[in-house]
Every structure is written in C-alpha cells, then in structure tokens.
Design a protein around this ligand. Structure first.
Ligand code: HEC
Length: 125
C-alpha cells in the first residue's frame, strides 16, 4: 500500500504540526497580561495575584509550578479552598490566595478552566 504509507508519512506529521502551530499561536507565552479572553469572558479582577506564577493563561512560568489551563473548574476551585483552609498545607499558595472569597475563587477557576490547554513541551537540558 504505497499510497497509504505516503499518506501516513506526510499527512500525519503535517496535521500534528498544524495542531501544534495553531495551539501555540493562540497562547502568547510571554506577558502575564497577554491571555486571550475566551468568548464572553472578562479576566477576573484577581488574576494579577496569580499570573506571575501560573501565567494569565494558566501556563506556568516555572517547571515547579502547575499549569492550570484547561483543568476542571471544580477541581481548581476545590484546590483553592483546600489551600485557604489548610487542608492542603502549602503556605505559599495560602499566602497567594489571601482573603479572596469563594465567588472570586470561582471566577478564577472558571477562567483558568476555559483557557486552551496545550500539548506538553519537552524541555531538554
Ligand atoms: C508565588 C507563586 C504562586 C502564586 C502567586 C500563585 N500560585 Fe497557585 N500554585 C503555586 C505552586 C508552587 C503550586 C503547587 C503547590 C502544591 O504543591 O500543592 C500552586 C498550586 C495551585 C493550584 C493547584 C493546582 C493543582 O493542579 O492541584 C491552584 C488551583 C492554584 N495554585 C491557583 C492559584 C490562583 C488562583 C492564584 C492567584 C490567586 C495562585 N495560584 C497564585 C504557586 C503560586
């Protein structure tokens, strides 16, 4: 099946590149302010408290900080509540959240959940 093989060799990597290209185009990585608001969404007022570490679009700046983009909103919300209550005992995140209320946490969770997830990028040393 030479035609099928040709298709697999040419089209599959091509499609992958398209997918990767489209994805990275939609995700400005540099500035914390550069997240694209998903349709109908305003960036939450408290986003600035998080963007330095998690990025405004949920793509973390450092390898030891979790990506939040595309994660389930309920999970993100619960994680925030757990940091605030101490059920997740991470003083850094408790401090980062500060006294924000559940409504504000819900807005942040919805925002990050709505951000497009990207394929993992392999970092070589
Ligand atoms: C100083 C850096 C820093 C800031 C600022 C920060 N975070 Fe985090 N965040 C972290 C780190 C590090 C973790 C991983 C903590 C752990 O080990 O559980 C984390 C974890 C999380 C998690 C759990 C992710 C998961 O997959 O379980 C959520 C949700 C989260 N942060 C939301 C926020 C929000 C919302 C803000 C802004 C109000 C914020 N963070 C501000 C560093 C930060």
């Amino acid at each position: 099946m030479p035609l099928l093989r040709l298709f697999l060799i040419c089209a599959v990597p091509g499609l992958l590149m398209l997918l990767l290209g489209a994805c990275s185009e939609r995700l400005p990585r540099s500035s914390g302010r550069a997240a694209l608001a998903p349709a109908g969404m305003q960036p939450p007022a408290q986003l600035g408290l998080c963007a330095a570490c998690h990025g405004a679009n949920g793509h973390a700046r450092q390898p030891d900080i979790p990506d939040l983009a595309g994660q389930k909103a309920d999970y993100l919300f619960k994680a925030m509540r757990d940091y605030q209550s101490g059920a997740r005992n991470v003083p850094l995140m408790r401090g980062a959240l500060g006294p924000i209320d559940p409504k504000q946490m819900r807005a942040l969770a919805d925002w990050y959940a709505a951000q497009p997830m990207c394929l993992p990028q392999v970092r070589r040393p």
